[in-house]
Design a protein around this ligand. Structure first.
Ligand code: HAM
Length: 412
């Protein structure tokens, strides 16, 4: 048997990790600016957390979860997303007692058994934020503004568009659902097999189907925004007004239904045209009923998650040169008897935060200088017999190819 990664899973190699650190560090810094604190929850949860949380008729729960029987017979699942786990933790740790507003963020891997393609993997990483405790549209706007700031700081906002809609609530959505179910039933024959099934279980999801035949059918349907009740309409107007005030651009897309059932009112996706069919780089919305659904008190909430791999793909396009680690100093010694001195000098310089590389082998000076160049070293210290006997070493500036001697006790 060949040892290899599981299909749809991949390694993040050292050559790419700097870009990952950049995206993660930039995101963390922005999230902390807005008062979010990091939370880490287990990768495995009881299956019920997701089946009840995301909705039993969603694609994720129906066909994409990695579900196993644990040794004691209980059903457990590798998390396909973060929100349901965070809600479980919010309830279990009685976070509502600690603060009226709770702001949490998380970074880590999620698992969905989807068909792998560029930008879509079976194991992928998300950065997500969840805010509990308020119905106020100011928070909806603030979350979207924060997300946009995060994309701007990461240098990829030029490739992105915010798409915004409202899904209404339990008061106004049923009428819309009824209306489109009636219209879709009349054209049932034109729908794909999945959508024929969705017509019975979850008709709103048909709006999201990417198949041409289905989108032809849905293009004539009325917009959910025309069905919003007075409260939902006012809520949505205020979100838009605040985004306008902050000059955050967006487009209204009433076809956003999201692949998870917990949403109500504000929903949004941040999309790109650069990644083929995997066009959503981040997505989120309000989910005022989920905490109660999972056994907690009635607590409104809103959040989003972004796909790190998709951000990385965009970042690579805009910054193909990447962020290679630069070596400050490469130490090349020309005789084994200087090995101890080289190791000690490297240790002392590293103690001071200087990035030092030494090759402990007996290659020629020429090949050592070649390697110093490859590492992007700014300087090379050349330790040769003749200078060392005079208490000196050579320092070569790799960019200008000039050399000077310094005393071994002058090495900083
Ligand atoms: P989602 O739309 O399922 O929402 O995923 C959010 C983001 O994760 C997507 O926009 C995409 O960038 C990335 N993503 C999803 N699936 C994959 C995949 N197979 N491969 C690579 N990247 C992927 C959620 O997960 C919600 N929990 C978001 C949320 C948080 N809503 C409220 N709070």
């Amino acid at each position: 048997m060949k040892t290899q990664t599981i299909r749809g899973f991949k390694d993040i190699l050292p050559g790419d990790i700097k870009r990952w650190h950049f995206i993660e560090d930039t995101s963390k810094a922005i999230l902390e600016l807005y008062g979010f604190s990091e939370i880490r929850t287990p990768l495995l949860e009881f299956t019920e957390v997701f089946s009840r949380g995301l909705g039993t008729t969603t694609d994720i729960v129906e066909k994409e979860m990695y579900t196993f029987e644990d040794r004691d017979g209980s059903s457990i699942t590798l998390r396909p997303e973060g929100t349901a786990s965070i809600v479980r933790s919010y309830i279990e740790n009685s976070m509502h007692l600690k603060s009226p507003i709770t702001k949490l963020y998380y970074i880590g891997p999620m698992f969905r058994h989807e068909r792998p393609q560029k930008g879509r993997y079976r194991s992928f990483n998300q950065i997500g934020a969840e805010l509990f405790g308020s119905y106020d549209p100011q928070y909806d706007a603030e979350i979207i503004i924060m997300l946009w700031q995060l994309f701007e700081q990461s240098g990829i906002s030029a490739y992105l568009t915010i798409e915004l809609s409202s899904l209404g609530d339990d008061k106004c959505r049923p009428a819309y659902k009824e209306e489109i179910t009636k219209a879709l039933k009349a054209k049932e024959n034109e729908l794909c097999e999945d959508c024929k099934r969705r017509l019975k279980t979850n008709p709103l999801r048909i709006l999201d189907c990417k198949k041409e035949t289905c989108s032809n059918v849905t293009s004539d349907l009325p917009s959910i925004l025309d069905f919003l009740c007075t409260e939902c309409k006012a809520h949505f107007s205020r979100v838009k007004q605040l985004l306008n005030m902050m000059d955050v651009e967006y487009v209204i897309n009433p076809k956003i239904v999201r692949g998870l059932d917990y949403y109500n009112r504000t929903v949004f996706e941040v999309t790109t045209t650069e990644l083929g069919s995997q066009n959503a780089v981040a997505a989120g919305g309000r989910y005022d009923g989920l905490v109660k659904e999972l056994g907690g008190q009635d607590t409104p909430a809103i959040g989003f998650a972004l796909g790190i791999e998709r951000m990385i793909l965009l970042h690579e396009k805009l910054n193909p040169e990447g962020f290679n680690k630069k070596t400050d100093l490469y130490i090349a010694y020309l005789d084994d008897k200087f090995e101890n001195f080289a190791m000690k000098t490297a240790f002392e310089l590293r103690q001071r935060g200087i990035v030092v590389e030494v090759d402990y082998n007996d290659k020629s000076l020429k090949s050592k200088l070649k390697r110093a160049n490859k590492l992007g070293a700014k300087y090379t210290m050349i330790i040769g017999e003749e200078e060392f006997d005079r208490g000196k070493v050579k320092i070569r500036n790799m960019e200008s190819s000039t050399e000077e001697e310094i005393g071994i006790y002058e090495i900083p």
